[in-house]
Design a protein around this ligand. Structure first.
Ligand code: ADP
Length: 624
């Protein structure tokens, strides 16, 4: 392949491999989820893929070597043709046979190039796929506390950029290393075979190619990182402006926001121009160095040809070998960068994979079935902080609670008092620091997490919807669920008429995070999801926070109908939603400050009673 083509291939590969990774924070292992002691070596992660694909790798490397050798063969043919031509020893048929021979070589090169690309780059793709699946599978096992301490953007970068760097190191790294050694050494060998002195002179500028490729590929990598960062910034700025278009219009901020987009756009162009400058310098620099060698060949080689030290054919072949040598020299400079970056990425991935989930099944964990639904909080204390436990700073402190099967417990309290935290401890989203939580008499830490969670229907405060249809969001893609059960869940969640009003009904695609739906509709979809699962325990975190009074009443009535059949824990800022509960507790700064029935709490005239009366007045005003 001519030198310029190699340059283009190199730049393309470099650009593809250069995604911002070095800016990624090292993976934060929260204090509760530390990397395992006696950590596995990072290289052990990819070793199985190499072993499993050893036949393919071998075939790929052999094909790569065959391509290299076939390329090295071409200058030999050219030499023969030129020598025979200068001696006037060629006839038309011989010329034709040489031409056909060249075509044959080109076909073989094409076939073997296809094979090595499939085998070597294909294996690198398999490694990429396997690592990504492994990483995602492992991340899913890590506890909520892990995700509290890490940015989603960093996780995305690990799952995409780091893994891509590993692919580049294992795929193109292997190719570049092979070509640097095989094609490089063989070209030098063939050149030395023609003339050793000429080869020694021609090699003088070659270290410049190696060193400057190393230098430029690093620089390009860094500049490409800034281009990527500028691009992310630009897309984020535009995305945010579209998402907040109503606010922009309402506050007459069109000019300011347009200027913000223009600034981000200018920055993106500036960063690209910086990259173009370095790529623009790299091309001429490489041409200069390779032409330096060419100039040496023309002068010294030409003289040797005149002096008949070498033949005219040797002279032409020598120039062809020189063309072949440029790529291996560049590959030599590039391969160390590729491998260094791949190693660093592999270390980062390994660190995540070695992070032991804080919440995991104990060795003797048991499965729980046919749950009655009795939940006991026995002197439970909890704090989010990872520092050593301090009682006074606890998010929840000395909680004692006895919830009988079929009972409805209302949880109220000012914002930040610990309501959501309290209910998140039941499915063991976090581990408690002190005390015990019992389900039907079993400490939940002794139960298999999967079996514990499968007994609980949980609706978080901000329900998450996937960018799928309403049906898929409710059924989690389970097509076996009978239509009448689905309809009942929709009716119970006060969603039936709303869905019927949509042109596509249950097949309506809700958009990213359910963007086309109102907050209340999302909450009701989450409720329908839970009602469909029909678990013994139903936990709802403010299920009517975003619906109007009428819809809220419908939802509460549905939940009330379930009373006695399921254990229900309902957090609500609207006290009328819990007034029917068998028992209501008020939390304040992580302590239970009130406990009793609606009437008992009204009589005690504390937080519950005061808030209830205030909300009554508000509701009357709304109704009026
Ligand atoms: P509520 O549901 O009553 O509004 P929360 O249980 O959400 O209260 O929060 C209780 C306290 O815990 C608050 O001070 C809040 O800032 C803190 N908190 C909540 N979630 C987290 C978290 N994931 N990491 C650290 N602190 C948290």
């Amino acid at each position: 392949m001519p030198c310029l083509n190699y340059l283009q291939l190199f730049i393309t590969a470099l650009i593809l491999s250069n995604r911002p990774t070095e800016t990624i924070e090292p993976v934060a292992a929260t204090s509760n989820q530390r990397p395992a002691t006696g950590m596995m070596k990072a290289s052990d992660l990819i070793k199985p893929y190499f072993i499993e694909n050893r036949a393919k790798i071998l075939i790929g490397l052999l094909s790569l070597i065959i391509v290299d050798l076939l390329q090295l063969f071409i200058p030999r043919i050219i030499k023969r043709v030129v020598d025979d031509l200068t001696a006037f020893e060629l006839d038309g048929w011989q010329l034709l046979s040489y031409s056909l021979f060249m075509i044959g070589i080109a076909i073989f090169i094409g076939v073997f190039r296809y094979i090595w690309r499939r085998c070597l780059l294909g294996t690198a793709r398999r490694i990429e796929e396997g690592l990504r699946n492994m990483l995602f599978g492992h991340l899913q096992c890590l506890s909520a506390a892990y995700f509290d301490g890490i940015k989603t953007g960093d996780l995305m970068a690990h799952a995409t950029n780091d893994i891509q760097q590993i692919r580049m190191a294992t795929g193109m790294g292997m190719v570049a290393l092979n070509d640097a050694i095989v094609l490089g050494l063989a070209s030098i060998g063939f050149m030395a075979y023609i003339n050793v002195t000429l080869t020694a002179f021609v090699l003088i500028p070659m270290p410049l190619i190696v060193v400057s490729t190393r230098f430029f590929s690093r620089k390009m990598h860094h500049r490409y990182q800034t281009v990527q960062a500028a691009f992310s910034d630009l897309t984020e700025v535009i995305r945010e402006r579209f998402a907040g278009i109503r606010i922009i219009k309402a506050h007459h901020r069109k000019e300011e926001e347009a200027a913000r987009v223009e600034a981000a756009s200018r920055n993106y162009v500036d960063m690209n121009l910086r990259l173009v400058k370095i790529i623009g310098s790299f091309f001429p620099m490489m041409l200069l160095f390779s032409n330096l060698s060419l100039a040496i060949v023309l002068y010294l080689g030409g003289r040797k040809t005149i002096m008949q030290d070498i033949t005219a054919g040797d002279f032409v072949a020598f120039i062809s070998y020189l063309g072949l040598l440029t790529w291996p020299m560049m590959a030599l400079g590039w391969v160390t960068n590729l491998i260094q970056r791949g190693r660093a990425s592999l270390d980062r991935i390994n660190k995540i994979l070695q992070t032991v989930p804080e919440i995991r099944d104990s060795q003797d964990a048991v499965t729980i079935e046919n749950v009655q639904g009795q939940i006991v909080f026995d002197n439970v204390s909890f704090r989010y902080d990872s520092e050593p436990y301090q009682e006074k700073k606890a998010t929840l402190s000395k909680i004692h609670l006895h919830i009988e099967p079929g009972m409805v417990l209302g949880v109220v309290g000012p914002p930040g008092s610990g309501k959501s935290t309290l209910i998140s401890l039941i499915p063991r989203l976090y581990n408690i620091h002190r005390g015990r939580i019992l389900l039907d008499g079993h400490d939940i830490r002794t139960l298999k997490i999967q079996s514990l969670r499968s007994q609980i229907s949980f609706i978080p405060q901000e329900p998450f919807l996937f960018a799928a249809t309403i049906r898929e969001n409710i059924t989690f893609g389970d097509r076996q669920i009978p239509e009448d059960r689905l309809k009942k869940a929709l009716r119970d969640a006060a969603l039936y008429d709303t869905v019927k009003g949509f042109a596509d009904g249950l097949e309506t695609v809700v958009g990213e995070k359910g963007v086309i739906l109102s907050g209340g509709q999302k909450q009701r979809i989450a409720l329908a999801r839970c009602l469909l699962r029909d678990n013994a325990i139903l936990i709802l975190d403010d299920p009517i926070s975003q619906v109007d009074l009428e819809t809220g009443t419908t939802i509460i009535n549905t939940i009330r109908k379930l009373a006695g059949q399921k254990t229900i824990i309902i957090v609500s800022h609207r006290l009328s939603a819990v007034s029917y509960a068998d028992r209501i507790i008020t939390l304040d700064l992580g302590h239970i400050t009130e406990s009793g029935t609606h009437q008992q709490l009204l009589d005690s005239d504390k937080y519950y009673a005061k808030t209830y009366h205030l909300q009554e007045i508000e509701e009357d005003l709304d109704a009026a």
